[in-house]
Design a protein around this ligand. Structure first.
Ligand SMILES: Cc1cc2nc3c(=O)[nH]c(=O)nc-3n(C[C@H](O)[C@H](O)[C@H](O)COP(=O)(O)O)c2cc1C
Length: 437
């Protein structure tokens, strides 16, 4: 079996795991993201491919039409601009890929292309962009819009957006920078071109004044899950991140995006699909089981927070629903993260809302991983064998130096012993490491 690609899904440059055990003084110290820089170093020690910094740019207010719960519990707020965290993480490391999230409606293409190119330069070719189209009208209002465009239209616009930013990143031909001290020529102007893009939604002149990306173009990460979203991801992404319950669904998803990539004329092996998991480790099986039970018990205490969080990405006010009502009797629809809601409904079926929510959002990610590091490494191997996949995106609801060390210094060495994780980076730049196997 080939080794897994490993990513970390950092839920925002924000207060993580407020008031959980082992998080230290995070409630007071969050403004300086030392925790995230320490995390980047630890994950680089473990030779992770990348850290993805999730983002949204609004304070949630879907739960009961109020910001109260979000603010009270620190649910994705306060959170800093991921460009700042990405810069500091890049400065703290030399090999790991850093993938901040930016939405198409928050940044005009030129601004985005220039910022990402600058980050790629400053990190010596280690930047990715998690490309999202947004999920909330509340966020849209922060940017002067009345509401987000409809779900599928957002992806049509995003296709054009990609054309623009790719044009800008390509506006510097390879070899344009000569830096010839003899002739005094820094840049060969014949190799730097205007873009002059005029589309349906976007216009730009170009060329990009930041100069080129060391990687040519940054690594594109995407998480489209709906049919339209998958089509988009398969067309543009170097790595697709997915949260799908169960190996059958994971496999079907991967087969589908790979087929779509091939149909779009791409090599499907150049699209690495990573699945979200939330491993629960212990020194013994008993300890791991006990921690898993404690995690579930904590989730049961936090049903309103789970509903508020799910409601934030789907724009649904879950206070309106009876927690004992079967999910399939509820008219749940969204113009936000459509696939997340569809997958939830698929898995939930007739289960009561509360029970379904706890099963879906309360515990473990795509597959349940519980045990000693070696046992979990075995469970990951089994899952990957069934899925025929590329790797995992680790996510921890209780991010702390302790949980990061459990992964970096416990789980990853166990994977390495089985030949399932790299022991050293093969390349200096992010995409080259992603394409290494
Ligand atoms: C692992 C993962 C990470 C995601 N990160 C973000 C994010 O940071 N910001 C955001 O607005 N959406 C994020 N999304 C949502 C996706 O961009 C997408 O909207 C969602 O998966 C639903 O797919 P669809 O848009 O095709 O319905 C993420 C989704 C997944 C599965």
């Amino acid at each position: 079996m080939k080794p897994f690609h490993l990513g970390w899904f950092l839920q925002g440059s924000s207060v993580q795991a407020w008031a959980e055990p082992w998080t230290g003084a995070i409630g007071r110290d969050w403004m300086v993201p030392d925790l995230f820089c320490d995390m980047a170093r630890a994950l680089e020690r473990a030779c992770f491919d990348y850290i993805l910094i999730e983002d949204s740019s609004y304070v949630g207010e879907s739960y009961g039409g109020s910001t109260e719960l979000y603010l009270k519990h620190g649910l994705a707020v306060p959170r800093q601009d991921p460009a700042v965290t990405a810069t500091l993480m890049a400065a703290a490391t030399t090999r790991i890929g850093i993938v901040p999230t930016f939405a198409t409606f928050t940044h005009p293409p030129y601004l985005l292309a220039r910022m990402i190119a600058s980050l790629d330069q400053a990190s010596r070719g280690r930047i990715g962009w998690n490309m999202v189209t947004g999920s909330s009208d509340v966020a849209a209002r922060n940017y002067g819009l009345d509401r987000l465009p409809d779900h599928d239209l957002r992806y049509d616009m995003a296709d054009e957006y990609m054309q623009v930013v790719n044009g800008l990143w390509d506006s510097w031909e390879p070899g344009a920078i000569i830096a010839d001290e003899q002739t005094g020529v820094l840049v060969d102007h014949t190799k730097v071109h205007a873009v002059d893009f005029e589309g349906r939604w976007y216009r730009t002149h170009g060329p990009l004044n930041s100069g080129p990306c060391p990687q040519g173009r940054p690594v594109i990460a995407q998480a489209g899950g709906s049919p339209r979203g998958r089509q988009f991801a398969a067309t543009h992404a170097d790595t697709i991140v997915a949260s799908i319950k169960g190996t059958a669904g994971m496999r079907a998803y991967r087969d589908d995006v790979r087929a779509r990539a091939a149909a779009a004329g791409r090599n499907p092996d150049h699209v690495k699909v990573l699945y979200l998991v939330n491993p629960c480790l212990g020194e013994t099986e008993e300890e791991a089981r006990a921690r898993f039970a404690a995690r579930k018990a904590r989730a049961e205490q936090q049903v309103p927070q789970l509903l508020a969080f799910f409601g934030k990405i789907t724009n649904i006010d879950f206070t309106k629903y009876d927690l004992d009502a079967p999910v399939d009797s509820l008219d749940l629809r969204t113009n936000g993260h459509q696939q997340s809601l569809d997958d939830f409904k698929r898995v939930a079926g007739k289960k009561p809302l509360r029970e379904a929510l706890l099963a879906y959002r309360g515990s473990s990610g795509s597959v349940e991983l519980v045990g000693t590091p070696d046992a979990v490494a075995g469970q990951m191997a089994e899952a990957m064998e069934e899925v025929d996949g590329d790797g995992f995106l680790i996510s921890m609801s209780d991010v702390s130096r302790r949980t990061v060390a459990e992964i970096a210094d416990g789980l990853v060495p166990a994977l390495q012993r089985r030949g399932l994780a790299r022991r050293a980076y093969g390349h200096a730049m992010f995409r080259d490491n992603l394409l290494e196997f």
